[in-house]
Design a protein around this ligand. Structure first.
Ligand SMILES: [Zn+2]
Length: 434
């Protein structure tokens, strides 16, 4: 029989011009006697190999539950997020790198295997270490929860994305293909392996319809709860006998499944209240200022900047050192430093004068941002005011760091002129211009 196979391959070679290099080919046997394998490999002139082997970058017959199966992916992430890069990259650049790394993970790996929790934890751990790492390579203080880093920018977060969700979306695509595509060999194999007959899922016993599910094993209690939820969901579904059945993905206008629409739905479902409470910050991502400034603005709005009050609460500095370096009177908190401090207030006033506006300012940074950015309907005006917001907070932070780390103090007039320079640098225009 092997001789016939070799003849077939030779015919294929002559007809297509694609010759097979037997020296580089392997014969992989499954449940065969060694004597037969030796003889067959001798006739073919190829080497012998045993499973698991690598094929198109995937380890065939490897156990996806084991961390070592995912080692190529973990190594790739580790290589991309190498710690030497933290010395030359700011947080905004690090986020870009983490996002690009997640997008470049081998999709075929994620679309074939379910990532185990241990692998997911390892991948997320590498991303967290990279983002929060200090310049000296030590793990720094995380400014926000990782869920906020992963959640989409559309709801005001950092939009890094979640490899686990992407994995689920890609695997779900198989369900879609299973239900939509006919006569596929793999589908027939699945049917026979699991003894599935899709026609017995529904039992019609006059009215109403009864869902008659068969499970491959005894269900655990938590699975029973899920089945109960499923029945609750299906109960209001009214089936009609005079129309053809069709499977439709209701989260897409055309009714066709896509991994991106799946991700959107799942992401919005799992958003916790804390994340949605920051949705007002989504207005920040307009690319009107450099990414590092935009990201800093976001940290200010969610109240997670390493100011004195936070550092003393975390025990990094003594309580006695938490006084604002601008006014030297009050405790340095986010609200104080960026809004309520008398020095900061004078800088905000410059900008109100520039924009020729009288305005009752809100007592919180969130209120300030919302009224500062929501005041205008014209797009051009909105961009101008948003830039104004960034130039003030960025320069306040700059001055505060100069005073702490460089023992250099600028006057309020100097700070005001610096904000104008930043505005001119970022927009190539003057704040007074319309
Ligand atoms: Zn102050």
């Amino acid at each position: 029989m092997i001789v016939n196979y070799k003849r077939l391959l030779r015919c294929f070679d002559l007809m297509s011009g694609l010759s097979i290099n037997f020296d580089k080919s392997n014969l992989i046997s499954v449940n065969c006697e060694q004597g037969w394998v030796d003889q067959a490999s001798g006739i073919l002139g190829c080497k012998q190999a045993v499973l698991p082997v690598r094929y198109l970058g995937i380890s065939l017959r490897a156990n996806p539950c084991l961390v070592k199966t995912w080692k190529p992916i973990i190594d790739k992430v580790e290589e991309k997020l190498n710690l030497w890069k933290v010395k030359v990259l700011n947080k905004a650049s690090k986020l870009v790198l983490i996002k690009s790394m997640l997008n470049s993970l081998p999709m075929y790996y994620l679309s074939l295997y379910k990532m185990s929790k241990a692998v997911a934890d390892k991948l997320i751990g590498l991303q967290r270490r990279f983002l929060w790492c200090n310049e000296d390579g030590n793990y720094g203080i995380p400014l926000v929860k990782w869920e906020l880093v992963q959640a989409p920018k559309k709801v005001g977060e950092l939009g890094v994305g979640d490899a686990v969700l992407r994995n689920t979306a890609l695997l779900f695509k198989w369900w879609w293909r299973f239900s939509k595509e006919d006569c596929l060999l793999w589908k027939k194999i699945v049917y026979s392996c699991y003894n599935i007959n899709p026609n017995v899922m529904l039992a019609y016993q006059h009215l109403p319809w009864i869902w008659n599910f068969h499970w491959r094993k005894e269900l655990f209690q938590w699975e029973m709860d899920l089945v109960h939820q499923l029945h609750e969901r299906l109960r209001p579904v009214k089936l009609s006998t005079d129309r053809h059945d069709a499977i439709v993905w209701k989260f897409d206008k055309k009714g066709v499944f896509s991994t991106s629409s799946f991700l959107q739905v799942i992401q919005s479902e799992i958003l916790v209240d804390e994340i949605t409470s920051y949705s007002f910050t989504s207005a920040i991502w307009r690319s009107v200022v450099p990414p590092r400034v935009e990201l800093f603005g976001w940290f200010v709005l969610v109240g997670r900047v390493n100011i004195m009050k936070r550092l003393s609460r975390l025990g990094v500095i003594p309580n006695s050192d938490n006084v604002c370096v601008l006014c030297k009177k009050e405790i340095e908190s986010v609200q104080h430093l960026f809004l309520l401090c008398e020095v900061t207030w004078r800088v905000w006033c410059t900008w109100l004068r520039y924009f020729r506006t009288d305005w009752a300012v809100s007592g919180t940074i969130k209120g300030l941002f919302e009224s500062w950015t929501g005041m205008h309907s014209r797009k051009q005006e909105q961009r101008k005011w948003l830039t104004g917001f960034f130039v003030v907070i960025w320069n306040i932070w700059w001055e505060r760091n100069d005073r702490i780390f460089k023992i250099k103090e600028a006057s309020v007039a100097k700070m005001q002129s610096r904000t104008i320079l930043s505005y001119q640098e970022w927009t190539s225009s003057d704040p007074g211009e319309c």
